[in-house]
Ligand binder design. Structure first.
Ligand code: ADP
Ligand code: MG
Length: 684
């Protein structure tokens, strides 16, 4: 690897002035190498471009002033025995008090009659203008005046220290060679990397900052997108997609115990159309919890199987996969389809037979966890892949399938709305179908938030419902109590509640149990041998037990809104009135606001939007779970326009040089390879 990647990969102690102690602090912030330091950008900038007259200093607003010290005085702060230094500072327009709390240290710093620059927030105290602990300097150095970067800090590090170090690192900028193709730079009018790095840290003007930011966002999206396009083209080489039979699906639909909603029919038609065409289709089916996505998946399976293809259904948890297995067996009981189940917990001997039968095409539908698309699983004629309740099935798994020479139709079912940009990046060619209504006769779930001091009320409701023969879920964030917090655990809840519900059968389920144990518990719950199931979020997705009518969530302030909505979706699946009781142990405003949103609406899409609004995109949709690298500078919500430009550029570049073999493109290729190196199943 050339172009000074060696230097960039060195530990930050290679920079003069960073010893082991300072390095430690940076390491804590995830900054280890010179490159990481160079690429850890300011989170904000202080606008200190203009000196303000002192009269124009406003309360609670930062300002840069230049004033003469008229008087220096020291006073004692009785309570904590601290001494205060106060400077009477004047310019032509007025006066201000500059306050420092550790007088002895600053006493020697200032001289009466001299002028200084001060930068800080203005405040008013007893009718007097003040500035407490401002930055100051005798001259208008570049540290004092201009656009000044504000960096993220860690304990024991000051902003000024950090700025100094970042300035030192800038000395090494010259050692970085441009790595974007020159054609890409000129086609998109991007500034060079050295300029961009200088200007993102220490901009001379707002314009240069803008240019720098644009280039850096562009580059990040460009590497990501170009890499994904390269993987995708690997997926798309070879045969055309499958065209499924146009034969009617009525034989399947007409034997269902219910008729499809108008919305389900619409989605089914959209889906059927592209399954019957020869283009490879990737369709995302979005529909709120309980909207009936599973039966749509079954229609797709039916189409695949009557067209003599095999189908596979993946679910994120084993419990959910098993439940689907039961549901699909029931759906297809009057057809002679062979349906099998696969997960890690299947004994080896059984697995071997199953693999043989898959390979010889004896199995029509395979249902399971991720295990179903792993290396040693070989299909005879795979035509359809369905994934439920997860978005992790991105390009990487599709690439894995493509490597087996397979290009099946792909259906992704989700109750979590995926932002457009993310969908664009992940799928590009993705079609979206929406199920917009719930099956008829559903009663709205009544939701109440309950402060933890009243939590007994929630359990009285549970008692009432189980007394009527219904069942309940109780969810808590932790498995065991932890010393460091008073967040509820399922273990302690069990100890408490088995006494409260002594006439009923109570059980605990969580991720640390053996698979067989979990299954047995779920099975007992389905058979109504267990009335109250205490659980971690294990049961969050997809579980369908229509007799369950109460969902209690302890410490609900700890869960995201979309997650609470998923949990709530575990009840209200039958004919009975259902309840969701959200116990919360926090008085903070955001927590309260979130609880009231849950009380007000049952609409998952609305909830997701509000969640996004309150928590911001970073929290809401970590990109990690989608199998794509984390973005540092670019934001998939904000930068959709840049992304579109990036996509145009990537397509042009790959059109000219599909494998990036030209000299001008070599460095970009190395960057892309580095970016994707951390990901499983990826190679470019
Ligand atoms: P989700 O979209 O959350 O995956 P499911 O597919 O599990 O929802 O459906 C929830 C419940 O609604 C299931 O019990 C299913 O059998 C039932 N259901 C689905 N479609 C209809 C319909 N058109 N009419 C009545 N019940 C339906
Ligand atoms: Mg579902």
């Amino acid at each position: 690897m050339d172009f000074n990647e060696d230097f960039l990969q060195k530990p930050i102690t290679a920079i003069k002035g960073i010893g082991p102690k300072k390095a430690d602090k940076f390491n804590k912030m995830g900054i280890h190498s010179v490159k990481e330091l160079l690429y850890s950008f300011p989170r904000d900038y202080e606008d200190r471009r203009n000196v303000k007259p002192i009269t124009e200093v406003l309360d609670n607003e930062p300002a840069l002033i230049l004033g003469k010290v008229i008087k220096i005085s020291k006073s004692n702060f009785v309570r904590n025995r601290k001494q205060i230094l106060s400077l009477w500072v004047e310019d032509d327009s007025g006066k201000i008090d500059i306050i420092f709390f550790n007088a002895t240290y600053y006493l020697k710093t200032f001289e009466r009659g001299k002028s200084y620059y001060f930068y800080g927030k203005g405040s008013f105290s007893h009718g007097k203008k003040q500035m407490v602990h401002p930055d100051f300097s005798e001259t208008d150095t570049e540290e004092m005046k201009g656009l000044i970067p504000v960096y993220p800090l860690t304990e024991g590090m000051t902003q000024n220290e950090r700025r100094k170090i970042q300035r030192k690192v800038m000395l090494h900028v010259e050692e970085i060679d441009e790595y974007l193709p020159s054609k890409t730079l000129s086609r998109n009018r991007l500034c060079g990397i050295q300029y961009a790095l200088e200007a993102i840290h220490f901009p001379n003007t707002l314009e240069s900052l803008k240019e720098a930011r644009y280039r850096l966002v562009f580059e990040e999206l460009f590497f990501l997108q170009t890499g994904l396009f390269m993987i995708k083209s690997k997926i798309q080489t070879g045969k055309a997609g499958f065209a499924f039979s146009k034969e009617s699906v009525d034989p399947f639909i007409s034997q269902l115990p219910f008729s499809l909603t108008i919305s389900q029919q619409k989605v089914m038609d959209e889906m059927s159309k592209d399954m019957e065409s020869s283009k490879v289709t990737n369709r995302l089916i979005q529909g709120d919890v309980g909207s009936g996505k599973t039966v749509i998946a079954a229609v797709a399976v039916y189409k695949a199987v009557i067209s003599s293809y095999q189908a596979v259904l993946m679910a994120p948890t084993e419990i959910l996969a098993r439940q689907h297995f039961e549901t699909f067996k029931e759906f297809f009981k009057s057809f002679s389809f062979r349906i099998e189940f696969l997960s890690k917990s299947i004994p080896l001997k059984e697995k071997r037979q199953l693999f043989l039968d898959l390979q010889s095409g004896k199995i029509d539908l395979l249902i399971g966890t991720h295990a179903v698309i792993q290396e040693n699983v070989v299909f005879q004629k795979l035509g359809l892949v369905i994934t439920d309740e997860q978005h992790r099935f991105g390009v990487n798994q599709r690439a894995a399938l493509a490597e087996k020479g397979l290009r099946p139709e792909v259906l992704v079912m989700t109750a979590t709305p995926i932002p457009r940009t993310l969908a664009l990046i992940l799928y590009g060619d993705l079609d979206i179908s929406l199920i917009t209504e719930l099956p008829p006769g559903r009663k709205d779930i009544k939701t109440n938030s309950i402060p933890s001091s009243d939590r007994l009320k929630a359990y009285e409701r549970v008692l009432e419902e189980v007394g009527k023969g219904r069942q309940a879920y109780i969810v808590a964030p932790l498995i065991e109590d932890s010393e460091s917090s008073d967040v509820k655990s399922v273990e302690s809840l069990y100890d408490e509640l088995k006494i409260f519900f002594k006439d009923h059968k109570v059980a605990v389920i969580h991720g640390n149990l053996k698979q067989a144990e979990k299954e047995k518990l779920m099975d007992c719950f389905i058979k109504e041998e267990i009335h109250i199931l205490i659980s971690t979020v294990l049961i969050e997705v997809g579980i369908n037990v229509p007799n369950a009518t109460v969902m209690v969530v302890e410490n609900s302030e700890r869960f995201g809104l979309a997650q609470l909505h998923q949990l709530r979706g575990r009840v209200g699946r039958g004919a009975h009135q259902s309840y969701c009781l959200l116990i919360f142990a926090s008085n903070n405003e955001i927590a309260k606001e979130r609880m009231s949103i849950m009380e007000e609406t049952n609409n998952g899409f609305l909830i997701a939007e509000k969640d996004l609004d309150i928590r911001g995109p970073g929290e809401f949709f970590g990109t990690r779970q989608h199998g794509i690298p984390e973005l540092k500078t670019a934001n998939l919500f904000k930068h959709i326009r840049i992304l579109k430009q990036v996509q145009v550029e990537s397509n042009i570049l790959l059109g000219e040089d599909p494998f990036l073999l030209q000299e001008d493109n070599e460095k970009a290729k190395v960057r892309i390879a580095l970016l994707f190196k951390k990901m499983d199943n990826f190679s470019i």
